[in-house]
Each structure stands twice: as structure tokens, then as C-alpha cells.
Design a binder for this molecule. Structure first.
Ligand SMILES: NC(=O)c1ccc[n+]([C@@H]2O[C@H](COP(=O)([O-])OP(=O)(O)OC[C@H]3O[C@@H](n4cnc5c(N)ncnc54)[C@H](OP(=O)(O)O)[C@@H]3O)[C@@H](O)[C@H]2O)c1
Length: 232
């Protein structure tokens, strides 16, 4: 679980344990990982690292060795901030994690799975990736990148005729540290959202909206003409 120190990744890691998985948990905040491990010391394996730093692949390889293999990787790490003044530092921080580190980790995972033959890659993108945002441009654009990238990997898996499943989870609002800004609605509890995400993972679905009714919002967003969307 990439990004298990808080929010969706933290909750999902606990659900996985309840369902018999052995789970490698990562994130920068070691204390949070240790707190999680205390709940089930035998089945949680801790590795604290920053996904945007150079040592990430070594850390991930070591973790996979400690677990004894990998058949499901969930990329839940993510960041994004409101950025009305277009401060490049803010945008760059978002891109470094949601675009660069995401690409590096899902690529390495896909290549690993291709050698193994039959595994499952999951990433938490966002409903935000459907259209652009004037108040958090990099966040929405980075989530659009993830959505598009995962579609590409799904096509690649089909072409190489490998049973590698690629699941794109697109949450609406979930009550975690990440949920920022005014005007939020249909905010799901983390427990409910994570339970639904686990169900989507079990069914190996390609795309899952969380909670389910965000599917309607996605359809609506696609339908709004540019001339209207830019004024919203
Ligand atoms: N909450 C929502 O409303 C919502 C809606 C749509 C999509 N999402 C997506 O869901 C995913 C999980 O977010 P969340 O809501 O659970 O928020 P969260 O509680 O803030 O979790 C974010 C996770 O990302 C990790 N992370 C941040 N920077 C990192 C870095 N440089 N290296 C490694 N890990 C890093 C954090 O761990 P450390 O800080 O310990 O490193 C934390 O575990 C994100 O991709 C987010 O975009 C959330």
C-alpha cells in the first residue's frame, strides 16, 4: 500500500488485513506506520519513504522481498493544494508525486507483474481528473494524467495478452486530510469509501466511482459544454 499513513490508504490497509492479506505499508510518517503495525504486527510490514526521492525503487524492492512477493499494489499516495496564485512550487510538488512518482512506481510494478504473469495494479485517481480546475490546476491535471496513464497500461496489458488487471478508482469527496475547499457535497466517510474501494478491487473492475453516485457527476461533467464549464 503506497500511502498508508492516513486517509484512504490507511483504512484500506486495515480492510486488506481483515481479509487475510499480508500488507506492506508505506508513507513518509514512520510514526503513523508504526501505529498501524501495532494493530497486527504479524501481517503489516513497514517501509517509510518519500515516493518523490531517488531511493524509492530500492525501498519498494526491499519491501516486496520482505513480504515475499507482490500480487496487488495500491497507489494511494497523493497531494494537491488550492493554488489561486499559480505558485509554481505548489504545482511542482503536486506533479512530482502525482505524475512523476506515480509513473515511476506504476511502471516498475507493471514490469514486475509482466514477469510474474497475473497480478493487480490499483491507483486512486479522482473525479477531479475529468475536467480542469482554475483553483487547483495541477491537481486536476495530474489526476487526468493518472486516468489516461492507467487506460494506457490496461491497453498494454491486453496487447501483451497478460492477465494483469489495472483498476482506476475515482473518488468524489472523502472525509480525509486531503478533502479541501468550500462547496463540498456528498462527502463520504473514509470507512464507507474504503469499503466500496475494496469491493471494486475484489471484482477487479477497470474503473470505479466512489461513492457509486459520483458516476452521475462524471457523466454530467463530460456533458457540460466548454462555454459553460469555463464560467463555473
Ligand atoms: N479525500 C478526497 O476527497 C479524495 C478525493 C479524490 C481522490 N483522492 C485521492 O485519494 C488518494 C489518498 O488521499 P486521501 O484522501 O487518503 O488523503 P491523505 O489522508 O492526505 O493521504 C495521502 C497519503 O499520501 C501520502 N503521501 C503524500 N506525499 C507523499 C510522498 N511525497 N511520498 C509518499 N507518500 C506521500 C501520505 O503519507 P505521508 O504524508 O506520511 O507521506 C498519505 O498517506 C490521493 O491520491 C487523493 O488525491 C482523495
Amino acid at each position: 500500500m503506497i500511502g498508508a499513513t492516513s486517509g484512504i490508504g490507511n483504512e484500506l490497509a486495515q480492510i486488506l488485513i481483515q481479509n487475510g492479506y499480508k500488507v506492506g505499508i508505506t508513507g513518509r510518517r514512520l510514526a503513523e506506520l508504526e501505529r498501524l503495525k501495532k494493530r497486527n504486527p504479524e501481517h503489516f510490514i513497514v517501509s517509510s519513504f518519500d515516493c518523490t526521492k531517488e531511493n524509492n525503487s530500492k525501498k519498494l524492492n526491499d519491501l516486496v522481498d520482505q513480504i515475499g512477493g507482490l500480487d496487488l499494489l495500491i497507489f494511494s499516495s497523493g497531494t494537491g493544494n488550492l493554488n489561486k496564485s499559480l505558485d509554481f512550487e505548489i504545482e511542482n510538488k503536486t506533479n512530482l508525486l502525482n505524475v512523476n512518482a506515480f509513473t515511476e512506481i506504476v511502471d516498475r510494478t507493471f514490469n514486475y507483474f509482466e514477469k510474474q504473469g497475473n497480478e493487480h495494479l490499483v491507483a486512486i485517481s479522482s473525479i477531479a481528473g475529468i475536467r480542469g480546475s482554475g483553483i487547483a490546476p495541477a491537481y486536476n491535471a495530474s489526476k487526468a494524467y493518472q486516468i489516461n496513464y492507467l487506460e494506457g497500461l490496461r491497453q498494454k496489458a491486453t496487447k501483451v495478452k497478460m492477465p494483469i488487471y489495472v483498476t482506476d478508482i475515482r473518488p468524489g469527496f472523502v472525509d480525509t486530510d486531503m478533502a479541501k475547499g468550500d462547496g463540498q457535497f456528498w462527502v463520504a466517510t473514509n470507512e464507507k469509501a474504503s469499503r466500496q474501494i475494496f469491493g471494486i478491487i475484489q471484482r477487479k473492475k477497470e474503473i470505479g466511482y466512489v461513492t457509486k453516485r459520483w458516476w452521475f457527476i462524471a457523466k454530467l461533467l463530460w456533458l457540460v459544454p466548454n462555454a459553460i464549464y469555463k464560467r463555473m
